[in-house]
Write a protein that binds this ligand. Structure first.
Ligand code: IMP
Length: 202
């Protein structure tokens, strides 16, 4: 029987993306929605890596199963790296995508297209209970649009135009986004690591 693998994210949109990206793995993926409710851990880390490890450790220990968690966000050069690790609560309330996008557009009101450079970054962690974290990173460069386009994806997707493209992530299919996204890159590396683990044990 396949081993269980928990997706340690209370953000349903992110958990859905992680499940899509892990579909080829010979593990039985479970999300927090399949399990008894538990409060989310406080993200007290100063870096994406600290927060990703903190979340993976919390959920892995709580449910006693191997877990994948990610911490991710948007880094905008003209804002000295903001919203960064505070991306989910940039406008105050946790996970209010619409307000976060409005807040970002306001902050960049005076900034021209050429100076609106930004990147999505993702730190993804695999951790078995009482084990050592395995950490991978991914990043995708782009620009912040002058207004939102599209309603696919989540978070800042309607404002993010990846380099080499003229559409935002909000206007792309999930497959197209996953093929270039920060999360797609980090999880592809984690999948390669997990497939190696599986092969070692075979
Ligand atoms: P986390 O759950 O603390 O990692 O928060 C990540 C936040 O960064 C999300 O709530 C979004 O605001 C933003 N974010 C991360 N990845 C993406 C993405 O793929 N698309 C759009 N926004 C993202």
């Amino acid at each position: 029987m396949n081993k269980p693998l928990l997706i340690g994210s209370g953000n349903r949109s992110k958990a859905r993306e992680l499940a899509e990206l892990l579909v080829a793995l010979p593990w039985t993926v479970q999300s927090l929605a399949d399990l008894p409710p538990t409060p989310a851990p406080e993200e007290t880390g100063q870096t994406f890596e600290e927060n990703a490890v903190l979340k993976a450790r919390y959920y892995s220990n709580h449910f006693g199963m191997p877990c994948i968690a990610d911490d991710s966000g948007l880094v905008v050069d003209a804002l000295d790296g903001a919203p960064g690790v505070h991306s989910a609560r940039y406008a105050g309330d946790y996970g209010n995508d619409e307000k976060n996008n409005e807040h970002l557009l306001e902050a960049l009101q005076e900034v021209s297209w050429h100076e609106r450079t930004a990147r999505f970054v993702c730190c993804a962690v695999f951790l078995a209970p009482d084990g050592e974290p395995h950490i991978e990173h991914g990043a995708v460069e782009g620009h912040i649009a002058m207004e939102p386009f599209g309603d696919a994806g989540f978070g800042y997707d309607p404002l993010f135009v990846p380099v080499g493209h003229s559409r935002t992530f909000g206007e792309m299919s999930a497959e197209e986004k996953h093929g270039m996204s920060h999360r797609g890159q980090a999880i592809a590396k984690l999948c390669a690591f997990l497939q190696g683990l599986q092969a070692d044990k075979a």
